[in-house]
Ligand binder design. Structure first.
Ligand code: SAM
Length: 248
């Protein structure tokens, strides 16, 4: 099945962008996903092809017009009635790996990219749109956010990653950050690879990786750790002590 990505944007030339190289490019050539960019401006009704107007109530910037957005979205949903509609906006729900997995398992996505001050709010009242944020930052447009979301979905499509396990062991898949990695040379700048990773003892290696993953999550992302089951047992300050002890 082909994952259908439909992007509604004022800058279609920004696509496929980074998705035109490496894994994503190969996957697209193999028909694992498809890309269709729609120029929002094509749905403007006036001869100047106007897509924005000044904010009601005053203030800086311009706002994307609801009538133009609705015409564009309706066209996309007519073509892809089975695909969820996502709008990229810092006001949206923060994107998670769990949501990416759900989207990647579906037929595809219609992604609306904002510009200027964003969208006339009535578009969200009148169409079934999921508002998605890629983090507590403000970009100048939704296109880089859409590229991020698509990249995260595409790598999970069947057959895109070489080893299926490399997807399952990543950060966030089990609610934790991944353990740290090392590779040759085994000694560099006076620093060595942890002994256990050179032991060949798979059980010990697995135990070490699990413990590192827990310690790093507690230290770096107490918010994730709190949501994780193990949180009831150990605190972030406990993790700091463990990390210190390991450095001895
Ligand atoms: N006025 C908006 C606000 O303060 O919430 C910011 C608008 S931003 C300059 C222009 C567009 O960039 C947005 O409509 C959205 O499509 C995109 N964008 C910016 N930050 C984003 C984020 N964190 N996540 C997703 N999209 C974002």
């Amino acid at each position: 099945m082909t994952f259908k990505a439909t992007v509604l944007t004022l800058y279609p030339e920004m696509f496929p962008g980074p998705l035109g190289v490496s894994l994503a490019a190969r996957a697209r050539e193999e028909g694992k996903w498809s890309l269709d960019c729609m120029q929002i401006r094509d749905f403007a009704a006036d001869k100047h092809r106007t897509v924005d107007d000044t904010p009601a109530g005053g203030g800086a910037g311009m706002v994307l017009r609801v009538d133009v957005l609705a015409a564009c979205i309706d066209h996309a949903t007519e073509l892809h009635p089975d695909c969820p509609i996502l709008a990229m906006t810092p006001r949206g729900k923060p994107l998670t790996q769990a949501r990416v997995r759900e989207l990647a398992a579906g037929p595809g996505v219609i992604i609306l990219c904002g510009r200027f001050e964003g969208f006339d709010e009535r578009i969200f009242q009148s169409r079934p749109i999921e508002e998605v944020s890629i983090g507590d930052i403000v970009l100048s447009g939704g296109e880089p956010a859409a590229l991020m979301l698509l990249d995260a979905c595409i790598r999970l499509l069947p057959g895109v990653m070489g080893a299926p396990s490399s997807g399952a062991e990543e950060s966030f898949e089990n609610g934790l950050l991944e353990y740290p990695h090392y590779t040759r040379p085994s000694e560099w700048g006076g620093r060595t690879i942890p002994e256990v990773l050179r032991s060949g003892d798979h059980a010990k290696i697995a135990a070490w990786r699990k413990s590192q993953s827990e310690i790093d999550t507690r230290l770096r992302r107490p918010d994730l750790w709190e949501r994780h089951d193990g949180a009831r047992v150990q605190s972030a300050s406990g993790a700091r002590h463990e990390k210190k002890d390991q450095g001895k």
